[in-house]
Design a protein around this ligand. Sequence first.
Ligand SMILES: *Cc1c(COP(=O)(O)O)cnc(C)c1O
Length: 396
Amino acid sequence: MTTEELIEAGNRYLFSTYKRFPIVLVRGKGARVWDSDGKEYLDFLAGIAVCSLGHSHPRVVRAIQAQAETLTHVSNLYHIEPQIRLAKRLVENSFADRVFFCNSGAEAIEGAIKLARKYGHERMGGDRHEIIAMDNSFHGRTLAAVTATGQKKYQAGFEPLPEGFRHVPYDDLEAAAAAVSDRTCAILVEPVQGEGGIRIPSPEYLKGLRKLCDDRGLLLIFDEVQTGMGRTGHLFAHEAWGVTPDVMTLAKALGNGYPLGALLAREDVASVFVPGNHASTFGGNPLGMAAGIAVMDILLDGNTLPHCRAMGTRFRSGLESLKERHGVVREVRGLGLMTGVELSVPGDDIVVRAMKKGLLINCTAGNVLRFVPPFVVTEDDVDEAVGILDGVMGES
Ligand SMILES: *Cc1c(COP(=O)(O)O)cnc(C)c1O
């Protein structure tokens, strides 16, 4: 099929749930992808913060190949060696004592909500089931996750929404404190808001939430689906603030493209789930676990995270220079290789023009260009991206 025929067929046979750009990506290697017409792109989106180690990372590819030849899937009715090994890696490198594996971010959030409610019912006394979440947050599209998401546009038409969620402004400790009642069991927050526009909270915010949860006996849940797995230059973003949650969700980059999600918690919280409470057919299957183990090994190699931080710093200083040259750039913000550029105009046009010049990025929250490139980007890649943006912004 020609590219045009493919796109036409896609529009005919698939649900129209996505607004797609008119290209078909067929191959990727490192920080580059190629479309069906052979055009090369520098990929600063990486499947939206999924392929953080770059496309087709040889160690991840080898791990998946070897595991596929050995054992692809067995039920969680049996012990699964790679699952145990990945859980051990995650526990040894985080605040958590236990891990539950699933297949996506929304599923991890769903698990966190169920865990918090059960903890509230069994351990907190009274009728504690309410979760405080943030305005402009994003937690996924299942019914509970989309209800936790603090953006009405994602909820419209799907009522009745499950009850038990309250929203308060992000980065506002007083509002969070005021929302706590004798029904509250947990506070759910992204350490850096991703879809909400790469919003980095003020230095005292996460610490303040930790104290609030400690004072009121609440669970603190960090949604690190986007910020986790090295994205911010730390294995988990909360390390940047020295604040630990009670529960954490992971997904996106956990499998570097193999669909993986995880729910992590401290022992005293995880222990409210007993056999029969929660499950997933595919969750923790050997194939995905092999990918996750390879990802963890690479992230912990001692070079990857420092490189991520260095490239993030270089990229942002390049973007700051664009701010001096182009009036549309309002603010550059980010941590590690998670960067946003807030514009004074909608960003869609710049995204399309960058794509035509061979740079893949996206726009979130209407006017924030989002850059989540793979950690394998080089100084030249970073400078090339800044150069393309410079050209694109100069045209407008
Ligand atoms: C992407 C995202 C989700 C949802 O993940 P899916 O895998 O799409 O279900 C949840 N939380 C955050 C912070 C995300 O960025």
